[in-house]
Design a protein around this ligand. Structure first.
Ligand SMILES: *Cc1c(COP(=O)(O)O)cnc(C)c1O
Length: 309
C-alpha cells in the first residue's frame, strides 16, 4: 500500500504583485501552506517515515525552529513520541508551537551547540535523530516540491530560495536534476548576518561563521552542509545577500499582497524577487520558493520594522 506523505501538495501561483516592481513573471511555490508552516515537513516527514520503517521508537531533535516543529508534527501524525532539546534562547512562541504538537520539550544550555550535545547524549538504540538539513533523506523529501512544479507543466528560468544550512538548496537541486532540468540556475539568498554559503563561496571552502547576527534565525547555521557547498560548485548557483530590514519589509509587503505571514528567513528570498535585482532581469519566469516559517508573529514583524526606523 503506498504510504501517505506528511506534507501536502502546495499551490503554484503566479504573482502579479511580486512582479510589479521589476516586471517579468514570478511564480510562487507556497510552502508556507504546509501544515507545520514551512517546507521542512517535506524532508523531515519523509525521513521520519523512513526511520520509523527502520524501527525507530522515538524521534529526537535539537531544533527550536521549524525543523523541530516539523519533527513534532511528524511524530504526532505517526504516533511516535518526540523529544526536542532546545537552548534557553528559544522563543516562547517556538516552545508554544512544539507544545501544541505534543512534543516533549527539554530546555538545556545557552546555545544550540549545548542543546544539541545534550540531545546526542540521550540518544538510545531505538531513537532516530533528525538533523535539520544534513541528511540525504531530507533532501530527497524536499525535492518533491520540484516534482510538483514539473507535474504542473511549468519550467522555471531560475529558482529563488533561502539558504540556512543548505538542506533546501540540496533538495531543490536534486529535484531539478531528477526532472531533467540540470541547468536551471538557483539564486541562493541569505541575510547579511547569516551568510555561511556566501562566505564559503568567497573563501573557496566551508567557512564556519563565528556568530549569527541576523534576526532570520531559521537561516542561522554557522556552516553549510558539505553537500550544499559541493553542489554550489557544480550547479549554477548565484549567491545573493539582503539586509534584515529588506527581509522584514518583504514579509510586510507579502502579507498585504498574498495574505500570508512568513518569517524573515523567507522574506529574504521574497526581497530578491520583489526587487528583481539587475542580475535577475535576464530571467523571464522566476520560481520563488515561499519557504514559510511558523515562528514569527505579526507583532514580531512590527517590532523589527520599528527597530529599523
Ligand atoms: C530551515 C529554513 C530555511 C533554511 O533551510 P536550510 O535547509 O537550513 O537551508 C529557510 N526558511 C525557513 C522558514 C526555514 O525553516
Amino acid at each position: 500500500m503506498p504510504e501517505v506523505s506528511l506534507h501536502v501538495k502546495t499551490p503554484l501561483v503566479q504573482s502579479r504583485s511580486v512582479a510589479r516592481a521589476a516586471g517579468g513573471s514570478v511564480w510562487l511555490k507556497l510552502e508556507a501552506l504546509q501544515p507545520p508552516g514551512s517546507f521542512k515537513i517535506r524532508g523531515i516527514g519523509a525521513a521520519c517515515q523512513e526511520y520509523l520503517r527502520r524501527g525507530a521508537r522515538r524521534f529526537i531533535s535539537s531544533s527550536g525552529g521549524n525543523a523541530g516543529i516539523a519533527v513534532a508534527y511528524a511524530g504526532r501524525q505517526l504516533s511516535v513520541p518526540v523529544l526536542v532539546v532546545v537552548p534557553t534562547t528559544t522563543s516562547d512562541r517556538a516552545r508554544e508551537l512544539l507544545d501544541q504538537e505534543g512534543a516533549q520539550v527539554v530546555v538545556h544550555g545557552a546555545s544550540w551547540q549545548e542543546a544539541n550535545a545534550c540531545a546526542q547524549s540521550i540518544l538510545e538504540a531505538d531513537d532516530a535523530f533528525l538533523h535539520p538539513f544534513d541528511d540525504p533523506l531530507v533532501w530527497q523529501g524536499h525535492a518533491t516540491m520540484i516534482d510538483e512544479v514539473a507535474e504542473a507543466g511549468f519550467m522555471p528560468d531560475a529558482v529563488v530560495l533561502s539558504v540556512g544550512g543548505g538542506g533546501l538548496l540540496c533538495g531543490v537541486i536534486e529535484g531539478l536534476r531528477r526532472n531533467g532540468w540540470p541547468a536551471v540556475p538557483v539564486v541562493a539568498v541569505e541575510t547579511e548576518g547569516a551568510a555561511s554559503l556566501n562566505m564559503a563561496l568567497q573563501a573557496g571552502y566551508r567557512v564556519e561563521l563565528e556568530s549569527i547576527s541576523s534576526i532570520a534565525t531559521s537561516l542561522g547555521a554557522k556552516q553549510v552542509c558539505a553537500r550544499a557547498f559541493a553542489l554550489s560548485q557544480e550547479h549554477p548557483v548565484h549567491s545573493v545577500l539582503v539586509s534584515d530590514k529588506e527581509a522584514v519589509s518583504a514579509c510586510m509587503l507579502f502579507l498585504d499582497d498574498h495574505r500570508l505571514l512568513v518569517e524573515p528567513a523567507c522574506g529574504a528570498a521574497l526581497a530578491v524577487a520583489y526587487q528583481r535585482a539587475f542580475e535577475l532581469r535576464q530571467f523571464d519566469n522566476l520560481l520563488v520558493i515561499v519557504c514559510g516559517g511558523a515562528t514569527a508573529t505579526v507583532e514580531h514583524l512590527r517590532q523589527w520594522s520599528r527597530s529599523f526606523e
